[in-house]
Every structure is written in C-alpha cells, then in structure tokens.
Design a protein around this ligand. Structure first.
Ligand SMILES: *Cc1c(COP(=O)(O)O)cnc(C)c1O
Length: 414
C-alpha cells in the first residue's frame, strides 16, 4: 500500500490540488479538517469561488430578456456553461441539456411528466439501492396513475440482483429508474446492461448520476440512456443547480413541469403555447450564477482529468478499506468490485452516531445515519452506518489520521 501511495503521488500533484481548496486549511475543534463527507457535497476550488465573485461583482443581470450589455454578458456566460455541460456528457444538442435546481428537481421533472403518460397496469421499476429522491417521486407517480412500482432487489454484497432484474422485465414495463452509483455504498451499477434490457421491452431508463458524476465521465450517447440527472454541488460546483439530459423525442413528449416566464411562446387567456427546448422546462429566472459556476467546476475537474481522478481515488479506497478491515468487529457494507471511493461501515456494538460525534471532535467529517437510503439499511437490518467518502483532494495521510481516530473512538465507546 505504501507503493500505491508513492506511485499515485508521481502522477497526481496533490499538494498543488489542495492549494485550490481554501476550506482544507481550516481547523475544526482545534484539529486540521479531514473532510470525508464528499458523497454528501464536494468542496469548492477557488476557481469556482472566483467565478461566483466575478459574476456578482461585474455582470449580474437577468438573462435572455435584456438588450443591455450586462444582460447579454450574463446570457452568453450562462449559455456557454450549458455548452460545457453538453460536451462533458457528450449530449447531442445544447437544447437537450436542461438546467435544473439539482438531481431531485430533475427527477421530479421527469416523474411528474410521466403522470400524464402512464396508465393503470403499467409497470415502473426502481432499484433497491436508490436514494430517497429516486424512490418517493415514483411512488407518488404510481399513486396518481395506478401504475405498479416494482423493485430490483439487492444482494448481501450491496450489488443489484441481476437475475431478479431479468425476471422482472415484462411487456408492461414502461420506466426504469436506477442510480449510476449508490450514494450509501458506492456500488457502481451495471447501467449499460439495464438500459439495453429495458429498451428490449420498450421501456425508458432514467439514470440518477448524482453520485457517479464526481468519479465517472458518463457518455449519454454511448450509454443510450433516456434521461440522466446530476447535481453540480457533488462535482465541485455550487448547490442549487444541476442538469437533466433527455432524448429529444422524450423531452418533446413530456409536458412542461412549471408554468411561468421564459417557458412560453405566446400567452393569451384562451391558450398559451409553450416555448421550444430547453426553455419549455426552464420557467422563471434560473440560478444564473450557479449555472456559470457549474461550467467552471467541470472545466476544473476536466483539467485534472477524470481518469487520473478515478485512479487516485481508487487507491485511496483500497488503502482505507485494507486499514479499516484490520479493526476487529468492523464490518464494511458494500463489497462490489466496481465501487467508487466510499466506505460504509459499523463496529460491533457501537452506534454510528456516537462514532461520528467522536470523529467530529477530532476534526473529521463523516456522514452517519441512513444516507437517504433507508431500504438499504432495512436490508442489512441496521439503523445506519458511518460513511467515509473520499475525493481527489484527500490524502493517504488523512486516511491514517482517520483510521487512528476510529480505533481511538472504538476504545472509548466499548
Ligand atoms: C446526492 C444525491 C441525490 C440528491 O441530490 P440533490 O442535489 O440533493 O438533489 C440523489 N441521488 C444520489 C445518488 C445522490 O448521491
């Protein structure tokens, strides 16, 4: 493992990267911050912070409407950001790259659209590894339409039961919803296989890419996915902004999500006609600054390179996993061989909340609880886990500090 750390350092300039993140210099409870809650939200590099300051200092204006200089500059920057996002995910057209308020918003846009398409007796499939944001909107949809919600079950290893998935494929299946990566366990799901098989039954697939986006550069055309959603705040961008990609015919088929300004063509009291894509789905003043900063965040990560990021994070994951496994009574949940840098664990007899509280006293930020994925916790018959999630700006030394703190907390609590 020492070797892994040494080779990673030669290909990855971690000292330089860490200097881009001002927050990593701060102390928490007198200790240097160790930020291992990246699956909840990532930290923000100064390039993105500067873009936000620049927007509000120099060209804050409403977009698409004004003829004045500031409005045009803001519109240009916002539309440039859309093109950056389009290219990043290899989306065919900019107008299929919709700005949203985040993953939850994007999922709800699609789910509410399907309320007028699905009928009683249709089937909707979600996976057992979903975030609540990818379960509840479909439950609401099924209640409204009379469609039936079915679940792709999971296995003890924290992976999907693909044999059960095959058995669930029916001619009544209309929509499949699955995350690319599970936020609670880090499992990378076989979405290419799921998409191919769902398409054979004529169903569409929405992939929640929120947890994959920081680690994997998804190519929506290669995947042939129907809808793909992400949040900027998990990819070094700000909160409250995200992206929804949809196939053109599907986006045209879906009714608008909200009525308001920007999304119309003609308005009279008798009838309103809707604007074309993407404006049909972008009612009201958007998060302009957030959208621009989202583009800058993608530029930042692409400059480091997603292959380099994935390789380095995988080394962090292997290092942390092997060190934690040495602790007696510790169990790691999620043992997929395809995994992002997430370690979810418990120690015999110790409540995850108590562990998290002691780690926080030592300056270490982890997540404890059900991670918005209660069905997974129910499957393992636990109330929650301690989840450490790593990013490319974390270090092997931080993992050493963390593992020592876990051992110390274990001694204090048992
Ligand atoms: C974070 C996350 C979400 C929710 O994202 P928001 O930005 O809160 O809308 C949904 N799904 C997964 C897998 C996530 O990790």
């Amino acid at each position: 493992m020492l070797m892994a750390s040494a080779t990673a350092k030669t290909t990855f300039n971690i000292e330089k990267i860490r200097k881009d993140f001002p927050i990593l210099d701060r102390k928490v409870n007198g200790y240097p911050l160790v930020y291992f809650d990246n699956a909840a939200t990532s930290q923000t590099p100064k390039q993105v912070i500067d873009a936000i300051v620049d927007y509000y200092s120099n060209y804050n204006a409403n977009i698409h409407r004004g003829v004045h200089a500031l409005s045009q500059e803001a519109t240009d920057a916002y539309e440039q950001a859309r093109i950056k996002i389009q290219r990043h995910f290899n989306i065919p057209n900019a107008y299929q790259t919709l700005f949203t308020a985040g993953t939850t918003h994007g999922i709800n846009m699609v789910a509410s659209g399907y309320a007028s398409i699905l009928k009683e007796g249709d089937e909707v499939l979600v996976s057992a590894l979903e975030h609540h944001s990818n379960i509840v909107p479909w439950q609401m949809l099924c209640e409204k339409t009379g469609a039936k919600l079915k679940v792709i079950p999971m296995l003890e290893t924290g992976t999907l039961d693909m044999e059960a998935f095959d058995a669930l494929l029916s001619d009544r299946l209309k929509v499949v919803f699955v995350n690319h990566v599970s936020n609670a366990l880090g499992t990378i799901n076989p979405i290419a296989e799921i998409i191919t098989k769902a398409h054979q039954k004529g169903a569409v697939v929405l992939v929640d890419g929120a947890q994959a986006a920081p680690h994997i550069k998804a190519d929506v055309q290669e995947l042939d996915v129907d809808f793909y959603v992400v949040s900027a705040h998990k990819i070094c961008g700000p909160t409250g902004v995200g992206m929804l990609y949809g196939k053109e015919d599907l986006l045209k088929l879906l009714p608008p999500y909200q009525g308001g300004g920007e999304m119309i063509d003609q308005v009279t009291f008798e009838k309103t006609t809707y604007a074309g894509l993407p404006h049909k789905f972008e009612a009201g003043t958007p998060n302009i600054c957030g959208g621009i900063a989202f583009g800058v965040a993608l530029d930042y990560m692409n400059e480091i390179g997603f292959d380099a990021i994935a390789k380095y994070e995988h080394q962090l994951l292997e290092y942390a996993t092997s060190k934690l496994q040495e602790i007696e009574g510790l169990r790691i949940y999620g043992e997929s061989k395809d995994k992002t840098a997430v370690v979810s664990f418990n120690i015999n007899g110790i409540h995850p909340y108590d562990m998290g509280t002691i780690l926080d006293k030592l300056g270490i930020a982890v997540r404890t609880g059900h991670h918005c994925a209660q069905p997974i916790m129910d499957f393992y018959k636990i109330s929650g886990t301690v989840r450490a999630s790593f990013s490319f700006y974390n270090t092997f030394e931080e993992i050493d500090t963390f593992v020592a703190a876990v051992i110390r907390a274990k001694e204090m609590l048992s």
